[in-house]
Design a protein around this ligand. Structure first.
Ligand SMILES: Nc1ncnc2c1ncn2[C@@H]1O[C@H](COP(=O)(O)OP(=O)(O)OP(=O)(O)O)[C@@H](O)[C@H]1O
Length: 492
């Protein structure tokens, strides 16, 4: 275990880092964060023994750093410094082989089979094998960085200290490097202490993070605890937002640019002028992207979208990969799938119902197409499994306002509750069970907000927005169902 206790130190009698205490266990990765000049490199230099600590103790497995000989320390600790540059004209393999120095009994003629195998292995792991005969000075910054990492790994240290190791690396090498370090730290019980400027990379790979500010520890804890929006904004003096990683349970921090504020002046409204309805599709195309939560075939989940397409398909529509087919359809018709939410319906689109609803400084634009031929009662558990059928109720609610995450979710709840009520009022039945239907098997919903203007925290049925959604979805869904039923009756 690496144990740092009340360590202070700096340059020429002036303390840069003050009263630092933390521990790193075997197999653990600790990330050091902090703004420029907060003392990260100074702390790393003190841990490696390059700079003496003016106060406090550093010990490895219970023994103080000062009790180890320089050669013993060189076996224990490897350092990958910032902007490593080599004035000598070595080949890549020679440079990496220098990492074996501390393992050799005498410098001449003592190159062992184990040394050779270790160097070959780390060259393979760091992707430097193909560069082995090149001169280190002829490499790109990223290639050189990998060579120095290989040199540090060839040392087979117990503790690896890294100062911004991804400095010159492109995205794929950043990921590869940390995937490798994570694996090594666990498998070889390596203790890794690394400085990061990229908070997201640190949050993704480190077991714990230490945040430095003006030479002192602000907090040392798990990434989720350290990466709090307020704290990072205060320490880094910049506007950021925290959000969950889409795949793994770690936080991610995103920068909020200044132009985000500037655009508040130009408030953009979504209203009936943006709709284009034909028998083939209903399109809402907005001037600016809207923050969207939806269950569309394309563009589902949360994102920013500018085109909203409800496409008519025949009742017999059957496709093994309807997502891909829909993406091709959108592309063919000039909509970029990355900017579009796409839904399908077998309902005649002439029966669409849409309207703008305004209450003071909040307004919503509701668009509903509703076919109830496939209506089902969702409370009936034991039913035969249906194939995908596009006869459906598609509900779009565009909000002119800035919605919180809660408001997005509550908008979906409110709209769904109202839809169910409309189906009851209209006495729509599940044809299989004869009970009142709650929806169809393929209903889709979309809440899209301009994220400008009035800030809206909540959208439950009792709030201003909730009441607008209740009224809008109630009226539009009722009208759309009636239109669709009338058409069917007219046809029969
Ligand atoms: N050799 C030195 N002599 C005197 N002062 C130094 C020396 N090296 C660094 N400093 C000062 O110590 C302070 C901390 O520097 P350090 O390099 O540790 O910060 P850092 O957090 O690593 O910064 P960065 O993110 O910019 O790399 C800075 O004010 C710096 O000017």
């Amino acid at each position: 275990m690496l144990h740092i206790q009340h360590v202070s130190g700096g340059y020429a009698g002036h303390s840069i880092v003050k009263d630092i205490s933390f521990e790193v266990n075997k197999g653990e990765m600790l990330g050091i964060l902090g703004p420029n000049g907060s003392g990260k490199t100074t702390l790393l230099k003190i841990i490696s023994g390059i700079l003496p600590a003016s106060e406090g103790t550093i010990s490895i497995d219970g023994n103080k750093l000062s009790e180890y000989s320089p050669k013993e320390l060189a076996k224990l600790i490897a350092v990958l410094p910032q902007h490593a540059a080599d004035p000598f004209s070595y080949t890549v393999k020679e440079t990496i082989s220098l990492g074996r120095y501390a393992h050799q009994r005498g410098w001449f003629n003592s190159w062992s089979k184990e040394d050779e195998e270790t160097v070959l292995r780390v060259m393979e792991q760091t992707g430097t094998l193909s560069l082995q005969d090149r001169n280190i000075q002829d490499l790109s910054g990223g290639e050189r960085q990998r060579v120095y990492l290989a040199q540090a790994l060839a040392q087979e240290p117990r503790i690896l200290l890294l100062d911004e190791p991804t400095n010159h690396l492109d995205l794929s090498y950043q990921k590869e490097l940390f995937d490798l370090l994570k694996k090594w730290s666990k498998e070889c019980e390596l203790m890794v202490v690394s400085i990061f400027h990229d908070l997201n990379l640190a949050g993704l790979y480190c077991d714990r993070l230490l945040l430095l500010h003006e030479g002192k520890i602000v907090i040392e804890d798990t990434p989720n605890e350290v990466l709090k929006q307020e704290r990072i904004q205060t320490v880094y003096h910049t506007k950021i937002a925290k959000q969950p990683h889409p795949k793994v349970p770690v936080p991610q921090m995103v920068l909020l640019p200044e132009w985000e504020n500037e655009q508040i002046e130009e408030i953009y409204q979504v209203d009936p002028s943006v709709i284009q309805a034909s028998s083939e599709r209903i399109v809402v195309k907005t001037e600016q992207p809207l923050k969207t939560m939806s269950s569309g075939v394309i563009g589902s989940g949360t994102g920013w979208y500018q085109n909203f397409v409800n496409r008519h398909v025949d009742k017999t529509y059957n496709c093994s990969d309807h997502k891909q087919e829909m993406a091709h359809y959108l592309e063919r018709n000039g909509f970029l799938p990355g900017e579009t939410v796409g839904m399908m319906t077998a309902v005649k689109l002439e029966d669409v119902s849409y309207k703008l609803y305004i209450d003071g400084n909040v307004s919503i634009f509701v668009v509903v197409t509703a076919g109830v031929g496939n209506a089902i009662d969702a409370s009936v558990m034991d039913r035969e499994v249906f194939d995908y059928k596009p006869g459906t109720i598609n509900t779009w609610v565009f909000v002119n306002g800035e919605l919180s995450e809660e408001a997005f979710i509550q908008s979906i709840m409110t709209a769904t509750e109202v839809k169910v009520k409309v189906l009851q009022n209209e006495e729509v039945l599940d044809l299989n069970t004869g009970t009142l239907a709650t929806g169809t098997s393929t209903d889709s919903i979309l809440i899209a907000a301009t994220q400008k203007g009035t800030s809206i925290e909540y959208a439950g049925s009792f709030t201003q927005l909730g009441r607008l959604i209740s009224r809008g979805v109630f009226e539009c869904t009722t009208e759309a169902i009636r239109k669709s039923r009338l058409r069917k009756e007219g046809m029969s």
